[in-house]
Write a protein that binds this ligand. Structure first.
Ligand code: ATP
Ligand code: MG
Length: 560
């Protein structure tokens, strides 16, 4: 069998490693460096550069040079270069290809298998998109593993005799992950993970940028400003103040050049970011609570990710947990080392009788069945797999038909912690047909959720009486990652006006409890979503579907 590499595909930087003589080793890139900037440049003739060589084009060709692409993972956003569009995973694949190419040169062998890390708090869609990027890079993705878990593997392998409770606090360029785990003589049991997919060093850079200048849509000025802001931030981790000087940054509206020359103090900077830093306290407490541990039960705190070098970040962790964090792992390299160890466990170069790992599913996953109440019926979120359950896992729930003579059902799949499905992320749906026609509640439907070691979800549904099963993977098309849209604001969206009468009509019908099966509710929500996303084409398609459904309802009402 061929060798498996471990890759930390980060927002700002990426690393690749493998097992050599039973130990994790990072592999240098073609420039001899272990850390590669996560930057990709596409040249005029389609030539692709990645890493430091690509980063040089950030200032001269920002239009076809991409950074921080990881934050777009799983979204429908497209990146444009030379009139061609690329999906985020295509760009990620180019970066992966570069890293693997460096490893091939270094090891003098072909590499086509990899373990890739993702933030623990990455959604199902984001994990699939990451696996897709690996595939596009010509890799067989053997496992997707959580970044803090990888850090724990790295620590665990060098401390096989220990029995300790560990908290990993990982604040990188774009994501925060907090994981609580137990180490017991080589058995690593992840107890809980919490986090935020949209918080990291890049947010701190942006805060500094807004205090320095407004680049007025000038891409090059924006890049220079970003670089200066990051340099300033990094300097302030060790210095009390830093002078940012950007002569002739851009041309003002009056045609005069604008320069920046400003000295920023550490105190001032820490004040600007305090709200964001403080927001990381909640995930720590929540992960501890889910792990059923008090802060006094923690023996070790591992700091991972470049942003944990900021003094006030370290201090917040210490104040929240009452323990001084250790510098026992290398904050930049430990995740890639852990990925390499996981690769070693799979390829057999590390024996898993020495090191055993169990991980958790950080989110609650469930369906949204119809609940009948005093005020009609509505969809409620019904958890099938509760969050922070050890994986792999499979859970089954039994439902019954909601209406008389109902012969099909759409099973909606959501991920999140709110009892209102609208506040959770919709992952997809499963369509079960050929339910024998019977009175309401007579036919039973069994729904099974399977969550595998990669954190990827499989949903099955079957009719109990006939055994008819749909075992297709849930479809995840059209799902956006990133912040949830505020659907209540749909009326403010551009071009929403003509849709108002239809949406009002649908809402009335839903409120009266006649939306059996919840499909009108679903279409209405999707329509609002499309309007907010300014996707007119999609909105019109949804409008047609919704109109058709309302018409059918009206006809049925008339005939009964
Ligand atoms: N000394 C420092 N002080 C403050 N911030 C730093 C320092 N060194 C690096 N950073 C910041 O850390 C971030 C990069 O960290 P890291 O490489 O761990 O992230 P990543 O793995 O790319 O991101 P993620 O894990 O979120 O996907 C950048 O925002 C960088 O500016
Ligand atoms: Mg990272």
């Amino acid at each position: 069998m061929s060798r498996i590499v471990g890759i930390d595909l980060g927002t700002s930087t990426s690393e690749i490693g493998c097992i050599v003589n039973g130990a994790a080793k990072l592999i240098p890139n073609t420039l001899g460096k272990l850390i590669t900037p996560s930057v990709v440049h596409i040249g005029q003739d389609g030539e692709i550069l990645a890493g430091e060589e690509a980063a040089e084009y950030l200032f001269t060709r920002p239009d076809c040079t991409f950074m921080e692409v990881k934050r777009l993972t799983g979204s429908n956003e497209k990146l444009k270069a030379h009139g061609k569009e690329y999906a985020p995973e295509e760009i990620q694949a180019m970066l992966l290809r570069y890293l693997v190419g460096c490893a091939e040169t270094n090891l003098r062998e072909k590499i086509d298998r990899a373990v890739i890390t993702v933030p623990a708090y990455f959604t199902d869609v984001q994990r699939r998109a990451t696996a897709k990027a690996g595939e596009l890079a010509g890799l067989q993705v053997e496992r997707i593993i959580n970044e803090p878990t990888a850090a724990a593997l790295d620590y665990g392998l060098s401390n096989l005799k220990e029995c300790k409770n560990v908290l990993v606090y990982d604040l990188g360029g774009g994501t925060l992950d907090v994981t609580v785990l137990e180490l017991f003589e080589g058995v690593i049991e992840v107890k809980a993970s919490c986090g935020n997919n949209h918080l990291g060093g890049k947010d701190f850079d942006e805060i500094i940028m807004t205090r320095l200048a407004d680049p007025l849509g000038d891409e090059r000025a924006l890049m220079r400003l970003k670089k200066a802001a990051e340099d300033c931030k990094i300097a302030l981790s060790t210095r009390e103040e830093f002078r940012v000087s950007l002569p002739f940054l851009l041309t003002g509206k009056d045609g005069k050049p604008i320069s920046v020359d400003k000295t920023i103090g550490r105190n001032e900077f820490e004040e600007w970011i305090t709200e964001k830093v403080q927001s990381t306290r909640e995930p720590m407490l929540s992960a501890l609570a889910d792990a059923k541990l008090g802060r006094e039960d923690l023996q070790i705190i591992l700091l991972v990710g470049g942003s944990t070098r900021i003094p006030c970040v370290k201090k917040l962790v210490e104040d929240t947990l009452g323990t001084v964090p250790h510098s026992l792992v290398d904050p930049d390299l430990t995740v890639a080392r852990g990925a390499a160890i996981q690769a070693g466990l799979i390829e057999g170069s590390i024996h898993n009788k020495d090191l055993v790992l169990t991980d958790v599913c950080p989110y609650t996953l469930g369906t949204a069945p119809l609940e009948r109440g005093l005020f009609g019926s509505r969809q409620v979120f019904d958890p099938v797999i509760p969050r922070n359950i050890t994986i792999p896992t499979e859970r089954t729930k039994l439902y019954t038909t909601a209406a008389d003579y109902q012969t099909e059902v759409l099973i909606h799949v959501y991920q999140g912690e709110s009892s209102d499905p609208d506040n959770n992320e919709r992952l997809g749906e499963l369509h079960l047909t050929e339910i024998p026609s019977a009175r309401q509640g007579k036919e039973q439907i069994e729904v099974t959720f399977g969550y595998d070691m990669n954190g990827i979800l499989q949903v099955k549904a079957s009719v109990v009486s006939t055994g008819r099963q749909v075992s297709a993977e849930i479809s995840t098309t059209g799902v956006k990652a990133g912040p949830l849209l505020d659907l209540s604001k749909w009326e403010e969206a551009e071009g929403a006006r003509p849709f108002r009468p239809l949406i009002r009509k649908a809402e009335k019908l839903i409120a009266s409890g006649r939306d059996i099966g919840g499909d009108i509710g679903l279409l209405t929500r999707r329509l609002k979503e499309a309007l907010l996303l300014k996707n007119q084409e999609n909105a019109q398609e949804l409008r047609d579907q919704l109109m058709l459904m309302l018409e059918v309802m009206e006809k049925m009402d008339k005939s009964s």
